[in-house]
Design a protein around this ligand. Structure first.
Ligand code: NAD
Length: 385
């Protein structure tokens, strides 16, 4: 049996594909070519179902996600999501807008750990807003709590008093259980990477921060092999710009995670490069449910032209390889092939600098697939000689 065949184990994996709107379908189409390649390589049978979400679902069914699609999502091993929204649906009331499709998925699937990597591909280090020596080879994973905190806390609202003056309230609330489960997931992720975890809070001024710090410190005792540090959120915002390479994994609450992960994203360069995973890590070693999606939106300005960068969607599938399929080596191969395509000078418009030739999303995917074929052909040759 050759090396490739040996890797084949005939695993089954249910993948629900929700391309959504705008550039969603075209980037997901390219990612599915990569899924097919790895299905063959790893011997995984991907049982793929495609369905509508967002504006596409509103047009067809009058709602951003149907019960049938929700049931499929609950049954699937993972969801590969494109993006939703666009000017066509902007006039609709908030409760029935395309974005409610993704919010409902995150909530009903209880996807409480949002993972946002900030990595830099050596070949396009110039796309970052920071100097190359600060960001070359950064590899940060931000784990954000995503189902609780100030975006969900009650009471909330705006009221007007008898004098006609308005006041507003939001509530930041966390239970010990909510903190514990996301921190445990972060410790497990740190263990698979550089074994360093920085917990970010505002324990100096917020009660939720005091509890957060105390819970993460307690759990840290079970993870003696992971170096735990603490940082205030304002300092973290500064350190990400001053010395981003000091970080391996960052874990933080919903609000700080929202802000810090966008800041870290800017270190990588284009939006078209950034994947994400949102996981239910009730078992911290393996996600029970998972949603993989690029962080960018539907890019209505370039939709339908074939020029959208598919790398964020392809890298989102890379995260699926790593976390849901537990195939970190395969995810590494994929990243190498992407870097190889970039080294050949292939650039979509969003990452090209002046004078560089611009190619389509399909062409860059062709190059990644050719790179993957080359790596496996090389491995087989080495094994035969
Ligand atoms: P956007 O991310 O869609 O686009 C911002 C800019 O980045 C645009 O110039 C766009 O052309 C470019 N861009 C984004 N992705 C790209 C890619 N893969 N390749 C090349 N260029 C890319 O953000 P926006 O313009 O603020 O939002 C457009 C729509 O997307 C809105 O309706 C918004 O609500 C929605 N949105 C959806 C999600 C989601 O589904 N998760 C996230 C963000 C925005």
């Amino acid at each position: 049996m050759d090396a490739v065949s040996e890797l084949k184990s005939n695993r089954q994996f249910g993948l629900l594909v929700l391309p959504g709107d705008g550039i969603g379908p075209e980037i997901v189409d390219q990612a599915l070519r990569i899924v097919a390649w790895f299905g063959d390589y790893l011997g995984v049978r991907f049982n793929i179902e495609q369905a509508l979400v967002g504006g596409a679902s509103i047009d067809e069914h009058g709602e951003p996600i149907t019960e049938t699609v929700m049931e499929k999502a609950l049954r699937a091993d993972a969801v590969l999501f494109g993006a939703v929204g666009g000017p066509k649906w902007d006039h609709l009331p908030r409760a029935v807008r395309p974005e409610m499709g993704i919010l409902r998925l995150r909530k009903d699937l209880d996807l409480f750990a949002n993972l946002r990597p900030a990595v830099n591909f050596p070949e396009i280090v110039g796309a970052s807003s920071l100097r190359p020596e600060l960001v070359d080879s950064i590899d940060i994973m931000i784990v954000r709590e995503s189902t609780s905190g100030v975006y969900f806390g009650e009471p909330r609202g705006i009221k007007t008093d008898e004098k006609g003056l308005r006041s507003a309230v939001d509530t930041q609330a966390y239970s010990e259980t909510e903190i514990e489960r996301v921190c445990r997931a972060a410790f497990e992720i740190a263990r698979r990477r550089g074994s360093r975890l920085c917990s970010v809070d505002k324990a100096n001024v917020m009660e939720t921060g005091v509890l957060w710090r105390s819970v993460v410190t307690e759990i840290g005792q079970e993870y003696a092999d992971v170096e735990l540090s603490h940082m205030y959120a304002d300092n973290c915002a500064m350190q990400l710009l001053r010395e981003p390479k000091q970080f391996d994994v960052i874990v933080t609450d919903n609000l700080f995670g929202d802000i810090l992960s966008d800041e870290a994203a800017a270190l990588s360069g284009s939006l078209g490069l950034l994947p994400s995973a949102t996981l239910d890590m009730a078992d911290p070693k393996r996600p029970r449910r998972a949603l993989y999606e690029p962080i960018h939106g539907t890019a209505p300005d370039i939709a339908g032209k074939g020029i959208a960068n598919p790398l964020a969607s392809i890298l989102s599938f890379g995260m699926c390889l790593e976390y849901s399929l537990n195939e970190p080596a395969a995810a590494g191969m994929l990243k190498q092939s992407i870097n190889r395509a970039l080294a050949q000078g292939l650039r979509t418009a969003d990452i090209a600098v002046f004078g560089e030739e611009v190619v389509s999303g399909e062409a860059i995917t062709d190059a990644i697939l050719a790179g993957l074929d080359e790596v496996t052909a090389g491995t087989q040759k080495a094994l035969q000689s």
